[in-house]
Design a binder for this molecule. Structure first.
Ligand code: DP6
Length: 367
């Protein structure tokens, strides 16, 4: 079994003075949710997600060896980086990156040898209420692995992706599902060979054609700042009265969705996915302190989706993140009718009528 120690970088055969890489990484939407974690970003239960295609972070990492241009005494013993968001310095993102570097230092000891400029931007609108931490941490992890590969060209592609996912997880749990593959599993599950708490793996079964190019239209119900940060949210699962039951349920739902992804049963898919979304929110409603993260319009949309599905038998369903926005999921062959329904009946519940059309994608890409 692969352990944390396997990700400690030791030998460098090459010296690299400076350079620039650029990677994009997508967001992902969980079908079985990660909610609750142990120390060191170990999930309390396994999760599975669709990788998105259009909602991405694009990150350019420039680096220069400290001894060449910057006073090594000044910054030699600490991380040195500038952070730009959409080309402008962004001080308030820096603590998160600093913490990320601290967490991954033992696995990437070369980081302190360089000064970095991290230049990042998202393809989705700023403050859309869409979490950028998954795509952002995944894009940064790919850049860092690019540097590691330059320092040590012997590392294999498999190791490269596994370690990128491992590093991304240490930045934000769900980020480890944004590296590689259409459908990604993170967290040890007895029926999924190779699954690990340490990194995401591509769902390895043959997926039914019903799920090819599966669509995700994200309805922006509330674009404000998240009411509950994910750190606070996950913490709510400690001493939660229903936690153990919930973690067990996630294992069952993962077994069930594995079969569904293989056999294409959309009715079962819908049951699992909607139940997962509502369970996630019910965990927040039954914790102490308690939160309601849905807005009235979230419920309006859910009811409209249920009505439309009943009347038309079109297999459209919803899922939610830890917020009020709604992800509308449906197969590609009902795209036209579903988009028409969204435009006619759901857009009115979105803030400024905004929504984003996305679909399953493949993962991070070098630009
Ligand atoms: C509700 O990955 O944002 O989206 O590990 O603290 O960064 P941290 O949490 P994060 O949690 C995501 C929770 C979720 C469900 C999911 O994506 O599985």
């Amino acid at each position: 079994m692969i352990s944390e120690k396997d990700f400690i970088s030791t030998s460098h055969s090459n010296t690299i003075e400076k350079g620039t890489y650029e990677w994009s990484a997508p967001s992902n939407i969980a079908l079985v949710k990660y909610w609750g974690k142990k120390d060191h970003q170990i999930p309390a239960n396994p999760s599975i997600s669709f990788t998105l295609n259009h909602c991405k972070t694009i990150t350019k990492l420039s680096f220069e060896k400290k001894s060449t241009s910057i006073d090594i005494n000044e910054t030699g013993n600490s991380f040195s980086f500038d952070l730009l968001f959409e080309g402008k310095p962004k001080e308030d993102f820096k603590p998160k990156i600093q913490k990320f570097f601290e967490r991954i230092e033992v696995y990437c000891p070369y980081l302190k040898e360089y000064h970095f400029t991290i230049d990042t931007q998202n393809t989705f609108p700023h403050s859309s209420g869409i979490a950028s931490s998954a795509s952002g941490m995944a894009a940064l992890a790919m850049n860092i692995m690019n540097l590691e590969k330059a320092l040590n060209p012997t590392i294999t592609d498999d190791y490269f992706h596994q370690k990128a996912s491992f590093l991304a997880r240490l930045g934000s749990g769900s980020a480890c599902r944004s590296i590689k593959g259409n459908i990604v599993v993170w967290g040890k599950h007895k029926e999924l060979d190779g699954s690990s708490d340490l990194f995401g793996i591509e769902f390895s079964s043959k997926v039914h054609s019903n799920f090819e190019n599966y669509q995700d239209t994200i309805l922006l119900v509330d674009k404000g700042e998240k009411q509950v940060s994910s750190t606070v949210g996950h913490d709510l699962m400690h001493n939660h009265p229903f936690a153990e039951q919930r973690f067990l349920q996630a294992h069952h739902n993962l077994s069930a969705i594995k079969s569904v992804l293989e056999n294409g049963n959309l009715e079962e898919f819908i049951k699992i996915v909607e139940s997962e979304a509502l369970t996630l929110h019910s965990m927040m409603m039954t914790s102490m302190p308690y939160f309601i993260l849905m807005k009235p319009n979230t419920l309006e949309i859910i009811n409209k989706i249920w009505k439309f599905r009943n009347e038309t038998k079109i297999p459209v369903c919803f899922t939610l993140d830890a917020g009020a926005n709604v992800h509308v999921l449906y197969p590609e062959n009902v795209r036209v009718e579903t988009l028409q329904f969204i435009k006619d009946e759901l857009v009115g519940y979105c803030q400024n009528g905004q929504y984003i059309c996305d679909e399953i994608g493949f993962g991070a890409q070098k630009l």
